[in-house]
Write a protein of this length. Structure first.
Length: 321
């Protein structure tokens, strides 16, 4: 989804009512607090990056609040990452106050009340990331809210630049292209949250507790790589191969069996779609990480109950019924 909200041209009294209704109906409901004697002006752009929603706003004439009542609503708990593009913004949450200038970045959550004030014409871009997708304890996430992140720090600078670039390119992108950016955004935000607390006890615990999930994500992303192994996983996460097997076993995963099963599932899906036989069996095997045609055929038959050729013919026949 991508949408523009533009209130210019509407009577001033209508702007407040329309904007207030829109904000209360949003993914994270908010209250609008107009400043007395000032005209409300808002222009915003909303786009989805998979489960992540981006909101770019230029506003003047009021402030927004996530009240204690709204913070207890049924919306999905989210971490919000705001990058200030111009003007200044003040954010208050969890007893902290962050004063932000152009280039600064701040984190806050939808699970607790917050207040945002901004100077006239201030522009900020905010990404709403479901907290469950981060795989981190809430207390770690909460420890980082309402703290101004220094843009001179490398990870902050890289994350801010990536988010700004994604926001600027969104208007010409497809839903599929935006969804492909979801995981990179999650990885950058996860790193941003954990790197500063990696030497603290609960930071180490958080990294350890999310390791299995991060390894599973890595496996899924690299499932077609011929060199995918315990060694490549160990190198990616800076751990031993023995520890790779230990973490996966705790999740009920046998590495070799899981990789082979998942590759066969993906290969079977590809063959079922290729009802005209445009792809060779060897090319499908290689695409999903099998260097040897014969090995692929044996593994495929053992799992699916028929050869790849028989599977494709049956899929084609079923598709013509």
């Amino acid at each position: 989804m991508a949408a523009v909200i533009e209130l210019e041209g509407l009577p001033a009294t209508d702007r407040v009512d329309i904007l207030r209704e829109h904000m209360l109906a949003g993914r994270i409901p908010l209250e609008l607090r107009p400043y007395p004697g000032l005209e409300i002006r808002v222009r915003s752009f909303i786009a989805d990056f998979g489960d992540i929603q981006m909101l770019s706003v230029r506003a003047a004439g009021g402030e927004i609040e996530r009240t204690a009542r709204l913070a207890q609503d049924a919306s999905v708990p989210s971490l919000l990452i705001s990058v200030v593009e111009s003007g200044t913004t003040v954010l208050a949450q969890a007893g902290r106050l962050a004063r932000l200038r152009a280039g600064d970045m701040v984190l806050y959550t939808s699970s607790e009340p917050y207040l945002i004030r901004f100077t006239p014409g201030a522009v900020r871009t905010t990404y709403q990331v479901p907290i469950e997708r981060l795989g981190l304890p809430y207390r770690l996430v909460r420890s980082q809210v309402a703290r101004t992140l220094d843009p001179r720090e490398t990870l902050v600078s890289v994350t801010s630049a990536f988010l700004a670039r994604a926001a600027s390119a969104v208007r010409g992108s497809s839903a599929e292209e935006r969804a492909a950016l979801q995981q990179p955004i999650i990885e950058l935000v996860r790193a941003l949250l954990t790197v500063s607390v990696a030497n603290e006890s609960f930071g180490r615990d958080a990294l350890a507790s999310s390791l299995g999930m991060r390894m599973a994500e890595f496996l899924e992303a690299r499932i077609s790589d011929l060199d995918l192994s315990a060694g490549t996983i160990a190198a990616e996460f800076g751990i031993s191969e023995r520890y790779v097997y230990l973490v996966l076993s705790r999740m009920g995963i046998s590495l070799g069996d899981w990789v082979r099963t998942r590759r066969i599932e993906l290969a079977a899906a590809a063959l079922a779609q290729d009802t005209r036989g445009l792809l060779s069996i060897s090319s499908v095997a290689y695409r999903w990480g099998f260097a040897d045609h014969a090995h692929f055929s044996r593994a495929f038959r053992a799992q699916i109950g028929m050869t790849p050729t028989e599977w494709r013919r049956r899929s084609a026949a079923q598709g013509t019924r």
